[in-house]
Design a protein around this ligand. Sequence first.
Ligand code: NAD
Length: 257
Amino acid sequence: MFREDLPSYDLDGKVAVVTGAGAGIGLEVAGVLGSAGAKVVIADLKKEAVDSAVEKLTQEGITALGAVCDVSARDSVVEMVKTVEETCGGIDILINNAGVTVPESPIFEVTEKAWDFVHDVDLKGLYFTSQVVAESMKEHGGGRIVNLCSAAGIMTPKYVSVYGAAKAGVRHLTGIMAKEWARWGINVNAVAPGYIKTDMIKDMLANEKNAEVVLKSIPLRRYGEVKDVARVILFLVTEASEYLTGLVIPIDGGMMA
Ligand code: NAD
């Protein structure tokens, strides 16, 4: 029988803030959400990256606004949210994508500086960006938050202790935020990518032998593309996923199966 209530993937009228959208996965997510009709805010640390992302998306016919923002500094996030509220009225969608990592190393060699660098952005940044934006969503009738976790936050690979611990924290927070904010109509989910071809893993891929070994651990026998992540995130911010919250979806070609 013909169903008339199929979910819409139309984001017309929605405002989406994507952190770290100056490059990689974030830029593609902004492009996909923008193509679905959302007004997208490119929030990134680097001004040049913000400007070139806005220019690229605008040329594609997407309504994109730029905001230089350091997610590791709560004041910077407050400033960004204030500007978005003034220009767009409110925020419907937050993609907590900004993230950094450090080269793999044994725990004995990890410095405090490396720990702080990663945890300030990946965990503290995500925590306070969510806090500030959810406060705004609460006032505007709800919203959707998608956190970028990682396979490294679920599995326990050797030598990835700093990044892995931050992403395990993201996984944990996704459940807590989902429970605390459900009453205000805010759904919080996460995606956990495996290996996605961006600058973040270019050094790993440059080592051909290593890249070959990793490839063999991926049942679908290919590295992920940024669109593989962006499409699942699109699902998580549309009507189709209305009844999902607190979920962490692996996007890893079957690596964690
Ligand atoms: P990327 O390095 O290509 O892009 C990251 C973006 O975040 C950059 O534009 C950078 O300027 C921005 N950024 C860094 N620090 C910031 C800060 N303090 N404030 C605002 N913006 C900041 O990385 P990517 O591969 O696109 O990763 C995006 C997200 O996906 C990250 O959270 C990452 O941990 C996660 N992830 C990536 C992979 C992968 O294989 N690429 C796998 C699992 C998870």
